[in-house]
Ligand binder design. Structure first.
Ligand code: SF4
Ligand code: SF4
Length: 187
C-alpha cells in the first residue's frame, strides 16, 4: 500500500459512514502500526488493523467490507488499548461487521456472519444460549452437516450439549433490549 498518498476526507463517503457507525475519528490514525503489532489474530488476517483503517481513509468500501479481518477479529481490545490516538479499533471492527451485514457485499468469511446471526437469534428467542438449537440452525443454514460431528457427539456424551434449554427468567428483558435496539436502528 502506498502510504505517501495524502489522505483526503473530501468526497470520501465511506470514511464518514464508518466514523458515524463507530463513533470514532478514523482520519486521526497516523499509521504507527501499534495496533497490528499487538493483535493476537494478525497472523490470520487478510488486511492488518492499521491497513484496514488506511483503506477506510481512502474510501475502499468494498475491500474493507468484504475482508476476512472484520470477521475474525476476536474483539479482545488489545489494539484499542495500545493506540496512542485513543482510536477504539475494536469498536470500529464491530461497526464494520454491522455495515457489512447490511451492505449486500459478500463476506470474506462466509460462516462467521451466519454464526453471528444464529447466535443472536438464539439469544433473542430463548434469552440465553442453547447450544443444540444454535448448532441445528447453523448447520441448516450452512448445509455443512458433518463437519465437527465427532466433536459434537463427544460434547453431547459429556453432557455439554443439553436437549432442552435450561430455565431462564430474564427472557422478556432480553427481548426488550432487542426491540429497543431494532427501534433505534430504524430511526
Ligand atoms: S480487537 Fe480484533 S483487531 Fe484488535 S487486537 Fe483484538 S483481535 Fe486484533
Ligand atoms: S495504533 Fe492507532 S494510530 Fe497507530 S496505526 Fe493503529 S489505529 Fe492508527
Amino acid at each position: 500500500m502506498d502510504l505517501k498518498i495524502p489522505v483526503t476526507q473530501k468526497g470520501n463517503s465511506f470514511l464518514s459512514e464508518a466514523n458515524q457507525a463507530s463513533g470514532e475519528t478514523i482520519q486521526a490514525c497516523f499509521q504507527c502500526q501499534k495496533c497490528s503489532a499487538g493483535c493476537p489474530i494478525a497472523y490470520a488476517m487478510d488486511i492488518l488493523p492499521n491497513q484496514l483503517l488506511r483503506h477506510i481513509q481512502y474510501g475502499h468500501r468494498e475491500k474493507v467490507l468484504s475482508s476476512k479481518t472484520i470477521w475474525i477479529c476476536a474483539s479482545c481490545y488489545t489494539c484499542s488499548v495500545r493506540c496512542p490516538n485513543n482510536i477504539d479499533i475494536a469498536k470500529i471492527m464491530d461497526a464494520l461487521r454491522n455495515l457489512a451485514l447490511h451492505s449486500g457485499i459478500e463476506p470474506g468469511e462466509k460462516d462467521v456472519p451466519v454464526f453471528h446471526s444464529v447466535f443472536l437469534d438464539t439469544i433473542k428467542s430463548k434469552g440465553r444460549i442453547h447450544e443444540l438449537s444454535l448448532i441445528l440452525q447453523f448447520k441448516s443454514k450452512t448445509k455443512d452437516f458433518f463437519k465437527d460431528a465427532k466433536l459434537g457427539w463427544k460434547m453431547f456424551r459429556k453432557g455439554k450439549i443439553k436437549i432442552l434449554p435450561s430455565r431462564f427468567g430474564g427472557g422478556k428483558e432480553i427481548q426488550e433490549i432487542f426491540k429497543a435496539y431494532e427501534k433505534g436502528e430504524r430511526q
